[in-house]
Ligand binder design. Structure first.
Ligand code: SAM
Length: 294
């Protein structure tokens, strides 16, 4: 009789791992989800239907992939570990709408691969239980790619999810919050206890939901300058904005005058700290700096 248990059922996960003699690699962030209810909640949060194509990062043995395949039109899953490829061929054999790409996600030409692999041009969502050792690089890779992503529903360490969705003036707010919130609206959908993973990670996780804004949150005249300013403002965490700006842009008299005038024009007190500035304030400072550049 056919085994109809979901991959994520703990006894089934164990059997798959045993059958293939698979041992997890900590260095690849391999913590597999073994709770079908959490998977259902992730897929519900992502609002996937047959008019959606999905990109998954790190399918593992296919626990989440299976749920995605049932709801989505097509699923394209990037898996770096070649030991998992034959296992996925086995566990996902009933899902012809899944394609596995044996590749490091950070080397993928996302626009090209998706146009090759997805048969229909439908909205693309990224849904994944991310490998935690490279959460931030993966998030930035997607955001800075030219791929049009409608939504991302991604599991990550709770602390990183809090940082990404943080509001100005809070401890968690920093350059990552701004970089992401510039493009996307970010909310923590729900918290996931560490007990539902094999092996258990050291920290709890959170599902972060990111919805692309129709246009960036604020208007900036030069995006490269804007992102540089944000980096500069948080370089030395405990210093004032003024000290950080001098540290980053240089202390000579011309620069000092330029920075002073820009802050004045944007009506920002130089003695404030970077973490108190809103996205709008960063944008007006960046625009003033661009306009008054010596
Ligand atoms: N999706 C599965 C689940 O929820 O049970 C596994 C998630 S596990 C946290 C992360 C997965 O990402 C692992 O399968 C790992 O091999 C894979 N991975 C790690 N680094 C990767 C990379 N750079 N590109 C693609 N996959 C990667």
């Amino acid at each position: 009789m056919k085994d109809t248990r979901e991959i994520a059922v703990p006894s089934k996960t164990k059997e798959i791992l045993m059958k293939h003699g698979f041992t997890m690699k900590k260095s690849l962030g391999q913590n597999f989800l073994t709770d079908p209810n959490i998977l259902r909640k992730i897929v519900t949060a992502a609002q996937i239907d047959k008019q959606t194509n999905v990109i998954e990062v790190g399918p593992g043995i296919g626990a989440l992939t299976q749920h995605l395949a049932e709801k989505a039109n097509q699923v394209l899953a990037f898996e770096i570990d070649n030991r998992l490829i034959p296992i996925l061929a086995d566990t996902l054999e009933d899902y012809p709408n899944v394609q596995i790409q044996n590749q490091d996600i950070l080397t993928a030409d996302l626009v090209q691969v998706t146009s090759e692999k997805f048969e229909e041009k439908l909205p693309i969502k990224v849904v994944a239980n991310l490998p935690y050792y490279i959460t931030t690089p993966i998030m930035m890779y997607f955001l800075e790619s030219n791929l049009e992503i409608a939504e991302m529903v991604v599991m990550m360490q709770r602390e990183v999810a809090d940082r990404i969705s943080a509001k100005p003036g809070t401890k968690a707010y920093g350059s990552l919050s701004i970089a992401v919130q510039y493009y996307m609206e970010a909310t923590v959908a729900f918290i996931v206890p560490k007990t539902v993973f094999v092996p258990q990670p050291n920290v709890d996780s959170a599902i972060l939901k990111l919805t692309r804004r129709k246009q960036p949150a604020v208007e900036v005249t030069n995006e490269t300058e804007f992102f540089q300013l944000i980096k500069a403002a948080f370089e030395l965490r405990r210093k004032t904005l003024w000290n950080n700006l001098l540290h980053h842009y240089g202390k000579n008299e011309t620069n000092k005058k330029w920075l002073q005038e820009s802050l004045q024009s944007a009506t920002i007190d130089p003695s404030r700290r970077g973490e108190t500035l809103s996205l709008e304030e960063f944008a007006s400072l960046s625009n003033a700096m661009e306009k008054l550049r010596p």
